[in-house]
Design a protein around this ligand. Structure first.
Ligand code: ADP
Ligand code: MG
Length: 249
């Protein structure tokens, strides 16, 4: 933990979510402190994406309370406020294909934060340098590899000065040789003290960067532990079965 006085950044309090009849999140109670880095893993369909998408209001929930940085996501105002503070990176890179790398990074800061172009450019170029892709600022997404696009997506999210970054399997669509360059950027980001919530099955990464690991199955949090303890000695049969499966790949 990075803070001595543990300030809460994200708080799930009895969250329940249904897609129609399907009960996707079953009474989620979870607190993430400011600066904490949490990894979420679990089998496909266990509710990982649903859980983190709730944090920036991309999914609604039916019961419970969810707050980010002290703001409750109960209504439109809350969602708008929270979205200003939360950046998200998805499995697919989701860059705008008709815009250059730099333009991708300028759009939200200029429209939502009303930054003057010059300021937005300075900020964007600084962040593109941080993710080691400044030389591609004038390129279009289709001219970049998957790993490069994902690094741009991270820089683009950071241009909004988020207090929280959400990652949903950011490396699972990448060829193996590109996974490391993205994990390196995320590790560098972790060292800045930003709060991170990250769905990933990358064990090495989780062991190094996560303060806590959450294992989900069937819409519930089944284990919540240190990554090392989880991977070395899972407690539940469900976690053991899951780990046996990912180790095969
Ligand atoms: P994970 O990310 O762990 O693979 P998800 O959060 O994507 O899991 O999905 C959890 C469950 O909710 C799955 O059974 C999935 O089929 C279901 N689900 C997800 N999104 C929708 C949706 N938009 N409509 C109906 N069911 C959904
Ligand atoms: Mg998912």
């Amino acid at each position: 933990m990075n803070t001595s006085v543990a300030e809460t950044m994200i708080r799930f309090d009895g969250i329940q979510k249904w897609y129609g009849q399907y009960h996707a999140l079953r009474d989620i109670n979870l607190t993430v402190k400011k600066g904490e880095r949490v990894v979420i893993c679990g089998p496909s369909g266990s509710g990982k994406s649903t859980l983190i998408r709730c944090v920036n209001g991309l999914e609604s929930y039916q019961k419970g309370t969810l707050s980010v940085g002290g703001t409750t996501l109960g209504n439109r105002e809350g969602v708008d406020r929270v979205r200003q503070e939360v950046g998200m990176v998805f499995q697919g890179f989701n860059l705008f294909p008709h815009m250059s790398v730099l333009e991708n990074c300028l759009l939200a800061p200029m429209s939502a934060l009303k930054l003057p172009r010059k300021e937005a450019v300075d900020k964007a170029m600084g962040l593109l340098e941080r993710v080691k892709i400044a030389d591609k600022a004038e390129s279009y997404p289709s001219q970049l590899s998957g790993g490069q696009q994902q690094r741009v997506a991270i820089a683009r999210a950071l241009c909004m000065n988020p207090r929280v970054m959400l990652f949903d399997e950011p490396t699972s669509a990448l060829d193996p040789e590109m996974i490391k360059e993205v994990l390196d950027v995320m590790t560098d980001l972790a060292s800045t003290g930003i709060t991170m919530l990250c769905v990933t099955h990358e064990m090495g990464f989780a062991k190094v960067m996560a303060d806590r690991l959450i294992f989900m199955d069937q819409g519930t949090v089944v284990e919540e532990r240190s990554p090392r303890d989880f991977f070395d000695a899972p407690e539940t049969d469900r976690a053991k079965a899951f780990l046996a499966q990912i180790l095969q790949h």
